[in-house]
Design a protein around this ligand. Structure first.
Ligand code: FE2
Length: 337
């Protein structure tokens, strides 16, 4: 295709054929069969020619100068996804061999890229099953290698992945690390909690991408966000081996946020007593809030771990004083040092 020979109408129609991907995903292949574009809010600009070699310099420069998203043709998109799946399978077989920390970083990168694809196509069974299996493998690796939790967490913090799937990955790693330190759960239970935590926000895939950048949302949009927990449960139900209890944890994973909201606004949240509580739920929700508050969003800055812990203290320390104390000590070592 000669892009320069396209008229304005043909150029405008490109958005019907193109798909946005996280530019880092191009790492996985050597070149594309079709051109790739940057969208400057008005029109597509040709950035990469077909068959042109993709280098890490190109990816870094593009991310710095243009955007974290690049638009590619559907055929190339499919090829990248296939390659990603192959690479994940290959890596999975050798996760514990050689430099485990390096392998785990690579694995979380591939996993995030695949999650990006899954967010675009949440009802793709093959993709969901593959992501679920790969997450299980990561859980296994993390359980066996406590020393890699911190460097992996730091590496993901610095990555440019979209926060909608960076957040569940970060919170799940921190949660796994914390519950392992508590010595209350066996390996199988830890794996179950990790998977539950990781998939809990998949319902976010129903929300248009531009809404994630906005600081002020309409009531309708707020409802859209509030529905994500229920939507996550419905997306996953019957499609992945999560128990009813785990699906309920997902459905309720924002209950502590509602408690905080009630505290801040001094208003009772309706139907609060219908929410599932219990140790797993408290731990999962607390860590989720902690990670969310201590990481930047496009519309606000992160707060300190100290501030986040102070807020959490009001909603969990009466009912779970031991766990709260353990969490403070754990975070002192994990985040603050
Ligand atoms: Fe959530």
């Amino acid at each position: 295709m000669d892009f320069n020979s396209l008229n304005t109408l043909q150029r405008n129609r490109l958005n019907l054929k193109l798909k946005p991907i996280f530019v880092g995903q191009l790492f996985i292949i050597e070149s594309l069969n079709h051109p790739a574009f940057y969208y400057n809010q008005k029109e597509f600009e040709l950035i990469l020619h077909p068959e042109e070699g993709i280098t890490s310099d190109f990816i870094t420069d593009y991310a710095k100068s243009f955007s974290s998203e690049i638009f590619i043709y559907e055929e190339d998109y499919q090829e990248i996804n296939l390659k990603l799946k192959e690479e994940l399978t290959k890596l999975t077989r050798s996760l514990s061999i050689g430099d485990v920390r390096k392998n785990a970083i690579k694995h979380t990168n591939f996993l995030s890229m695949q999650m990006d694809t899954l967010y675009k196509d949440p009802f793709n069974d093959e993709l969901l099953t593959n992501q679920f299996q790969n997450t299980k493998n990561l859980s296994n690796l993390l359980t066996k290698h406590k020393d890699i939790h911190k460097p992996i967490y730091q590496n993901i913090i610095q990555s440019r992945y979209h926060y909608t799937y960076k957040q569940p990955l970060l919170s799940s790693i921190l949660l796994l690390s914390f519950i392992q330190s508590l010595k209350l759960f066996n390996e199988k239970e830890i794996e179950g909690i990790f998977l539950t935590s990781y998939f809990k926000d998949i319902g976010m895939s129903f929300i248009p991408r531009e809404k994630f950048e906005e600081a002020h949302l309409s009531d309708f949009d707020k409802q859209l966000f509030a529905n994500h927990a229920q939507n996550s449960m419905e997306i996953l139900e019957g499609r992945v081996p999560l128990s009813l209890n785990q699906l309920n944890l997902i459905k309720n994973h924002h209950y502590l946020n509602y408690k905080i909201q009630a505290l801040v606004t001094n208003k009772q949240v309706p139907h609060m007593d219908e929410y599932l509580t219990g140790i797993e739920s408290v731990l999962l929700s607390s860590i989720d809030i902690l990670v969310a508050m201590t990481t930047d969003r496009p519309y606000r800055k992160a707060v300190s771990s100290f501030k986040a812990l102070e807020l959490l203290k009001h909603v969990i320390s009466d009912e779970y004083p031991q766990e709260y104390k353990a969490l403070v000590l754990f975070l002192k070592n994990f985040l603050m040092k």
